[in-house]
Design a protein around this ligand. Structure first.
Ligand SMILES: [Zn+2]
Length: 175
């Protein structure tokens, strides 16, 4: 991914928001007007398939959204999963948060360092082999200490995702 702006050292919300706006403009000079357009554009940028899926995980315990990397043969593709048991508005916001991680240049955590429960639950929900889930990042896990790298990562994805979601939801209203 191109355009690696330096992150501001002082992480006030205003600094972070300004950084996220610049980052978004660099990665996506033309904002997409739908989730599918966003998905296709990010596929081109990342040079790999991105699967966006919304399911009802039933009683499985999953956060409202996840970004995982799934191995299929020699290839790895991105999987954005969103809990479908909410409003279309909330689903768009959650999906944009996960794409926000990609836009900010984050990478999901390798599964060996992640708590295994979400991986097992996601794999069960989507009928995947858990061994094929290579990396995962979940939305709204444990609250992390303000200023910590995990906190910063979530904050960046949240702010970037919100900017994206505002545009996509606004496009719906205009249509
Ligand atoms: Zn997140």
């Amino acid at each position: 991914m191109t355009g690696s702006h330096l992150r501001p050292a002082a992480a006030t919300d205003a600094d972070l928001l300004a950084w996220c706006r610049r980052r978004l403009r660099t990665v996506l000079p033309e904002l997409p007007s739908s989730l599918d357009e966003l998905r296709r554009t990010m596929e081109e940028i990342r040079g790999r398939r991105i699967e966006l899926t919304m399911t009802d995980p039933g009683r499985l315990r999953l956060p409202s959204g996840l970004w995982g990397q799934v191995r299929s043969g020699a290839a790895v593709h991105d999987l954005v999963w969103v809990d479908r048991r909410t409003s279309p508005f909330a689903r768009t916001v959650v999906a944009c948060h996960e794409f926000g991680h990609m836009i900010c240049g984050h990478e999901p955590d390798p599964v060996s360092t992640t708590r295994p429960e979400p991986v097992r639950a996601l794999a069960a929900d989507l009928a995947l082999d858990p061994a094929h889930v290579a990396a995962i990042v979940g939305r709204c896990g444990e609250p992390s200490a303000p200023g910590s790298p995990e906190w910063r990562r979530e904050r960046e994805a949240e702010l970037t995702g919100r900017l994206l979601a505002q545009h996509i939801l606004g496009s719906h209203d205009r249509a």
